[in-house]
Design a protein around this ligand. Structure first.
Ligand SMILES: Cc1ncc(COP(=O)(O)O)c(C=O)c1O
Length: 385
């Protein structure tokens, strides 16, 4: 059966070049990067080359890059590394759970947290962030691109107001890196999270950019790895894979790769909207990363549509998290003003470098007929149409 993967915001396939770089480490360079002998030196050099590649991608110094086990750890490190009891943190209502649940935990540690709202397009208003500032505000954590809608946040404006207020600014750029240019100095952030597996690198590795001079309380204690910021023997194959993926992501931004993806995404969106009635794009009037489309198909149970499409070979996802058998509507879509039913009726299509025009044709063949079939079974849809 033909299979098309449109769930690249969940994870991306490893590029062959990344695999080759990792394979060389597994096969030939097994040393511990902390060892002073030849084997250790070789591995250390590979880790430092990867650090440089990530630094080039972000426009920072290599010493400002701390490798982590992924985006979640990078987000947690930023928040727990800075915020203390009695301090105030500003975040948004559409953050990934890695930030949102870390903020919830900060509350139990005596921090105050304000989650600023978003508008109907899923964008934070920087003025809301400004209004939320308090004398004890320590940190603002607002994501760069949303994982469900792809909507880009006004991070440069937030960076400016954070600097004016002398407050630290962290941005979760996990879904932005590799899709749009990310420059820490242009953004004006002190901390920025990224994840390797969202840019065709391996899972289980990521990085946190930490602006020089920013002192973070470590989350783990042990050896003096990562300049005493993150104890534990480095995941060298993962880090080398991330380094190679970062180089390839940078090249992809420099050529027409992202314009090609945007073209595919736009055709998918436009044709679906024309072919299927009672359908809307979530966040359609906001700037978005080029690969993501969140579409609400009225009166559809998103989970049922995902399963029906998967049976025919198309992998997409809902924005909903499934916990204990109950499908919670997405907090991102409800924060944008969608009703719980509309949120549950939304599907995320997220394209990747490996996708082709034929993949889009495949989806365009499949989705309208599958939606129509499910709607035939929907009493709500049939009553209102
Ligand atoms: C915006 C965002 N932040 C953080 C994460 C977590 O990254 P990781 O899977 O590397 O822990 C994700 C993953 O889906 C994400 O989309």
């Amino acid at each position: 059966m033909r299979r098309v993967y449109f769930d690249n915001n969940a994870t991306t396939p490893l590029l062959p070049e990344v695999f080759a770089a990792m394979e060389a480490i597994y096969r030939e360079h097994f040393g511990n990067a902390s060892s002073i002998h030849h084997h250790g030196q070789e591995t250390r050099a590979a880790v430092e080359r990867a650090r440089e590649s990530v630094a080039v991608l972000l426009g920072c110094r290599p010493a400002e890059v701390v490798f982590t086990s992924g985006g979640t750890e990078a987000d947690n490190f930023a928040l727990f590394g800075l915020a203390r009891s009695g301090q105030h943190v500003i975040s948004s209502s559409i953050e990934h759970h890695a930030v949102m649940n870390a903020c919830e935990h900060l509350k139990t540690r005596g921090c105050e947290v304000t989650f600023v709202p978003v508008d109907g397009n899923g964008q934070v208003d920087p003025q809301d962030v400004r209004r939320a500032l308090r004398p004890n505000t320590k940190l603002i954590s607002i994501m760069m691109a949303n994982n469900e809608t792809g909507v880009l946040q006004p991070v440069e404006e937030i960076g400016k107001l954070a600097a004016e207020a002398d407050v630290y600014f962290h941005t979760d750029a996990v879904q932005a890196v590799g899709k749009v240019a990310v420059d820490v100095n242009k953004i004006g952030c002190d901390l920025l999270s990224l994840s390797s597996h969202k840019i065709h690198g391996p899972q289980g590795v990521g990085a946190l950019y930490v602006r020089k001079g920013t002192i973070l309380q470590p989350m783990m204690y042990g050896g003096r790895h990562e300049r005493s910021r993150r104890a534990g023997t480095e995941n060298v194959p993962g880090i080398v894979g991330l380094g190679r993926a970062a180089e390839l992501a940078r090249n992809g931004l420099g050529n027409s790769e992202m314009a090609r993806l945007a073209g595919l995404r736009d055709r998918l969106e436009k044709t679906l909207l024309a072919a299927v009635d009672a359908t809307r794009v979530n966040g359609r009037n906001a700037p978005r990363v080029p690969n993501t489309s969140s579409i609400c198909f009225d009166s559809i149970e998103g989970e049922a549509l995902v399963i029906a499409l998967d049976l025919k070979g198309l992998a997409v996802s809902t924005g909903a998290a499934c916990s204990s058998g109950a499908i919670e509507p997405s907090h991102v879509l409800t924060a944008m003003g969608l009703s719980p039913d509309q949120a549950r009726a939304s599907l995320r299509f997220s394209l990747g470098k490996q996708n082709t025009a034929e993949d889009v044709d495949f989806a365009l063949d499949l989705v309208p007929q599958t939606v129509a079939r499910l709607r035939e079974l929907s009493p709500v849809y049939n009553r209102s149409h």
